[in-house]
Every structure is written in structure tokens, then in C-alpha cells.
Design a protein around this ligand. Sequence first.
Ligand code: SF4
Ligand code: SF4
Length: 300
Amino acid sequence: MKIQIFQDIIDVIRGKKEIKIVKKKVAKKKILSKFLVFWIGTKCTLKCRLCCNLIPYSKQISYNADEILKDLQFLLKNHEIEYLQIQGGEPFTHPDIIKIIDFVSKTNIKNIDIATNATVALKQDVLNTLKRNPNVKIRISNYECTKVAREKFCKVLDNNNIPYRFYDFKFNNKLWFSTGGINEKKANDIEVQEIFNKCKNKGCRTLADGILTFCGKATTIKEIYNDYNAKKCDEVNIRKIRKSFNPLKNKVLKKALILFFENKNTYKEQCRYCNISPDLFPAAEQLSSEEIKNLRRNEV
Ligand code: SF4
Ligand code: SF4
């Protein structure tokens, strides 16, 4: 695309093309994401102590499917996505998962997968939906604590000829790194840039309930820390722009996306509440039942 634009500029200089046409072409160019995480809720069947998105400490909800799909559609008008990963919590807890799969399957996104912990028994109508949308793939987290459920889950997929793949986490060794818990001290500017530099999650841009953030943790950090304030360039409120009456809202979105995607080497306000440990930990160690009882959660 870049080479084409240079060629267009040369053609304008040589008088072979009109500047108006080239300007229009550049304005039409969509911004590209190689990878985008799409949260469909925060409801999860597990309570992983080191969940990098702090899901166990978040309200356990399924987002309104119609709203999140309209957000995605609006984003796609102005933004190309190469690889979309559907996440929850656990995506198969969503009551409208069929509608969501059917919708994303019809977009122009090349690669789509659902990241699942394989603990939810899939009903036949969900299996049928996966069968008729083979471009929506299943990615199974290979947790030790879900071995039995996972085997059952895979058997059901096998019986229905639905392919899947396993995921062994960032280091391919069943170990997790930690980005910190819910009581991290607020880092200063120098510390926070160091945290950001060390973070392995900084490529996980996430669309969660209408808001595009640098990584999904921003959504839960907002809930947990009262003093969190995102900077203008830290997030894009896709839904707010979508619902506005501004006739130029596509332009507004595009401008906001450009601001969001540049500065990718600078920390975001959400990173102040992280703490990256140099150690690795067994994946998906669960909170104790006593700890779970003490979580203030709001199930919907
Ligand atoms: S890491 Fe664990 S708690 Fe977090 S979303 Fe995945 S399965 Fe749920
Ligand atoms: S908030 Fe920042 S430091 Fe924390 S996980 Fe996300 S990108 Fe990494």
C-alpha cells in the first residue's frame, strides 16, 4: 500500500494523476490491525489467580451482543483487522454466542478464533453453528486444572468434526508471566515506562463493550482503581462515536484511531497499575474457595 501511495505521488508530480483523486484514495485507506482481541463479556468459569486481565476481580457479565456487534461493524468500516480473537472471560458462557459466531464469520476478517478454557459443555446448536462457520476456529488453553473437562470438550468437537488447536501460552511451556494483582502501587512515570517496556501483553489491543484499549486489563483496572484516568490517546470510545449524531463520525473515528495507534512505544495510564514479575508461574492456578468467597462480584 505504501509503495502504491509513493507511485501515486510521483504520478501527480508527473501530471499523470489529479491530486484530488490521490487525496481521496489516501483518505479512504483503512488503518490495519494485525491482531485484535474482542471481548464479549467478563463471565468466566475459572478463577485464575494470575489472570492477566484480572477477570476474577471483575463484574461477571455478558455484554449485549447487538451493541458489541454494531461496535465491531462500525470499527470494521474504518479499520482492517487481519486476526480477531474472541475472548471472555469464557466466551462459551455468552447466551448469544451463536449470533456472535454467525456475525463475525461474515465479516472480511481473515483469521478468527475463539479462545476457550474448554470447561463449558457445548450444546448441539452451538456445535452446528461452528460447523457451518468453519472460518471461526477454536483455540483451547491447555491448563492443567481443566484436563478432565478439556478431554470431554475435545471429544465432542471430534465427534462433530470440528477442528481445534491447543495453546501453551507465551513461552510454549505451560508457564505464565505475571502482570500483577489488584493491589499494585501506582507507578511513577519512569517506573511505568519500564513496566511497559517489559510487558509481553502490549500487542493485545482489545475492544471491550465499545471501548478500544491498549490491552484488556484497562477494562478491569477502571473497575478496581478509583483513581484511574485514561489519557485521550489511551483508548477510543467506539460506541460513543457510533451513537453520535455527527454526520462526519467516520472521520472522527479515523482520527481517533490514528491517535490511538501512533505512540505505540509509550506507556498507557493503565500500565501504572501493573507490576511485571521476572518469574514465571504455573498457568491457571486457581484462587482458593475462601478467596473466591471474599471477591465482591456482581453476577448477571
Ligand atoms: S485466564 Fe482464567 S480467569 Fe482469566 S479469563 Fe482465562 S480462564 Fe478466565
Ligand atoms: S496495562 Fe500495560 S503493562 Fe499492564 S498488561 Fe497491559 S500493556 Fe502490559
